[in-house]
Ligand binder design. Sequence first.
Ligand code: FAD
Length: 733
Amino acid sequence: MFLKACQCGIQYASVTRSKTRLELSFTRTSFYNMPCEAVAHFLILYGSQRGQAQSIAEEICQQAAEHGFTADISCLSNQDKYNVDSEIRPVVFVVSTTGDGDPPDTAQKFVRKIKSKSLPHDHFSHLRYALLALGDTNYANFCNGGKTIDSRLQQLGAKHFYATGHADDGTGLEVVVDPWIEGLWDSLKKTFSSMATSNQQGTDLSDCTQDNNSKNASNQEKNKPDLEVDLHLLKLSEVDSQKEKTITSDSSDAETLSTVLVASLKQSVPPLSESALNVPALPASYLEVLLEQASTEGETVPSKDGYHEVSISKAVQLTQHDSVKTAILLELDILEQNIAYQPGDSFDILCPNRASEVEELLLKLDLQMQKNCAVQVNLLKNCSKKAAKVPLHIPQNASLQFILTWCLEIRSTPKKAFVRALADFTQNGSEKRRLLELCSKEGSADYNSFVRDANVCLLDLLRAFPSCLPPLSLLFEHLPKLQPRAYSAASSSLQHPGKVHFVFNVVEFPARPEHPARTGLCTGWLADHVSSILRPLGTVPASEHLGTSALPKVHVRPRPSSIFHLPADLSVPVIMVGPGTGVAPFVGFLQQREKEREVNQEATFGETWLFFGCRHKDKDFLFREELERFAHNGTLSHLIVCFSRDEPDAQGIVNRPTYVQHNLRLHAKNVASILLKDKGCLYVCGDAKNMAKDVNDTLLEIIGNELQVDKLDAMKTVAGFREEKRYLQDIWS
Ligand code: FAD
């Protein structure tokens, strides 16, 4: 069996090479008449916040060579590396979106530059470009980072040579990204041909967008696979071995036979298991990792980047022990560090990867003995990856254990390029075939079900494919930076000087065939970290008896919001919608209001409405006493609550409101009047996936009914609220 797999491997390699050669010679012929150097050369510019846009841009750069092009690649922030003001090559932009529909930090300077009012209307008339925008439909202003750049380039005369792609992280970026990249090559070829022709004829290129729009879809079908990998022999050998396994384990058991045919992370079924595969090109490796028995000096991550180490002075479980979710309030002591914040701001918290997962990863990589070695990371000499650099989030001379614990998101879902690369370090033929299937075009549905939607991480793959033994350099190349988690301040420093509170639910992911049960990385860690001082609501804090040195510590960094604050004008009415932990910033708002009311007794205060919801009144009504106090002393004009899982009350109200949007509907007249007549503000905080969308739909309905207009006009009015910063969201998924 092993021999068979090896023979198949040889077959696979030779087919791949010959197809690639064919493709290249075709490409060269089609560009024969063009001025060679300038012709097939284009530029890729990316604006990335968390590395997604960068890795897609790199993927495009990588694929370019296979299609007979060469590409330069640069981050938009490196303005000395490119000049779009005079760029004659086609440019491909890949731009993500962050915050409230903003371009990523790395693109901010570029955006400011192209937005300059002094630029003439034809400033970019020389520019031919394509743009891939990344976003998430769970958030407002989908793909707005890319759209902002796109519309400004258009205003200044730039022309699309290929229709803009809008990829949605909510449903899976690859759903749009993969076909978009596939269609790009044809458009580039045509663009270069037209450029060559217009150069010869002295004519100008026209906008290719329309052409692309209609042809984009057919491209995906028509395009010949660039790297058609014929794995039939490998597949047949697997089927043989599978048959053998079934027969030897229990040939009479019909159930065994049928379970063999169910697809899973580890195994495919026909037609995929019998299909030839189009796999992505193997990403070029570019890092060299050296492990030395030396002192580890680089272990300073938390103190960098504006983080402060602070004590957790209080930890209170806000939910009852039998509640479905566990919500915990933490109080951080920020007096010494002099950290300032306002209600509406958030804090970034650094959390480590789970020690047990780091240990298991070291074991799987056969590196436990080297975990305390100092790590040196260098660029490979002569690496072919464009703009390759050593990732900044991997410090030099830190120990391997430290890097795996604090620097890399080892729980991230491996992208197809990573799966592709892992396949090359997998000994077993069947396992290798399955990994290639998962990253192939034909195996997209399996990748979505068993990797992406199952939130599989590297460790899950190494468990499922035990003969996979990747080198450390591959992990460093593909695992993204471990990101801090943000939490909204749930307090006002007017009421709690020197302290900040926040509240979180311990995220729980049940066991699935692809991975064991686990808790969210940060929330699970925090819950464990504060267990020694955690107390139920209403009991005396154990931490009061502990000295500061005995308190658990955490690294935090303020994350100020530019807009999510109470209006400066105290008379403006506000509506707050915050079910579950979404109530956090509103507790801060109301603490601030309570103090302002004490200090400014003469002032006129606008009405305050809070729409809160949870499952059970007696189990998870967060901040109940405090909110009732606000309602009692007039800080809160209206506290409107609903409980989605409580039985109807004794009076048997059947159509009681279940979720916050139902209560909004019940108070539609007031909501409409506050927004339309009193120019009030609506704040929404919490779950992005369901709640924020439902609230938005309800708002459209309320405004539509009140103004007697259709949905489109209601949407325009609501968009106006957003622009006036009167409809503000702080939502997360
Ligand atoms: P992670 O391990 O990061 O998992 C979270 C997500 O990863 C899941 O939602 C899911 O999409 C995916 N995921 C990973 N593994 C699996 C799996 N096995 N199965 C299914 N899905 C999986 N949260 C609060 O509780 N309170 C707040 O006040 C708060 N404020 C925020 C403010 C801002 C500005 C932002 C951006 C976020 C805020 N959040 C808040 C969310 C918070 O930052 C974290 O995202 C959240 O606590 C989960 O973190 P985690 O590390 O525990 O989960």
